[in-house]
Design a protein around this ligand. Sequence first.
Ligand code: NDP
Length: 245
Amino acid sequence: MTLNGKVALVTGASSGIGEATAEALAEQGASVVIGARRTDRLKALEERLTAKGTKVLSVVLDVTDQDACKAAVQAAVDQFGQLDILVNNAGVMLLGTIVGADTTDWTRMINTNVLGLMFMTDAALPHLLASKGSVIQISSVAGRTARAGGGVYNASKWAVGAFSESLRQEVTARGVRVVLIEPGMVATELRDHITDQAAKATIMERASKVRQLQASDIANAVVYAVTQPDYVAVNEILLRPTDQV
Ligand code: NDP
């Protein structure tokens, strides 16, 4: 129980990596604030965690709404008195070619993956500076390697990397650790939301040939990063399925 007394806020905790990360942090003794738009899914997670003795607060959170980001952080601090870990996990991956794109997909990706992450970071920073806490940014291998058919998703995750490295240089001497996690293919519902049917079929086909990572594998990486001694900053973790080229 290495996170006893710590408070973690996880965005996009209603499924996949966010849900598994909230569970893993709770397992280590943290109190968890879980945010997303689907309240029924949050409720189910809250009940599961509460039954195990975790202190949980669910917040309805659309990260594209800056006021909602501020309110979520405030609710966390009002309830638990502090914030030690922010996991910026909420994201969408609306793959498709740049040529002929439905640009509403672009708006959704940039607003969620980039601006949403920035709004949450901004809202949380005063509290993380006070607690000498950690910001965990769930980026992607797509933030390191661009591919045809993923241009704007790649761009959104590249932005996460740039923002995070700049933030790291600003705050590391003040004791705040900034951690970039870059998963390869993880078996979650992320791909189900792709609107471009050709792009969806292509990625589903690729995924079917790979023993994918599980959400818990990413949660384990988060736990590793936040359970190191204060003087150890795990800046970046890139993890792919062994089968993923
Ligand atoms: P899921 O689709 O299972 O989870 C995405 C989560 O983000 C959901 O909980 C969803 O909740 C939330 N979300 C989406 N939009 C918003 C929003 N506007 N406001 C708040 N929450 C939002 O996919 P994953 O778990 O796979 O994805 C989590 C992160 O991991 C993403 O950032 C993704 O880019 C990244 N990632 C995933 C990989 C994979 O292969 N699966 C690989 C590399 C990175 P709700 O709809 O209830 O709001």
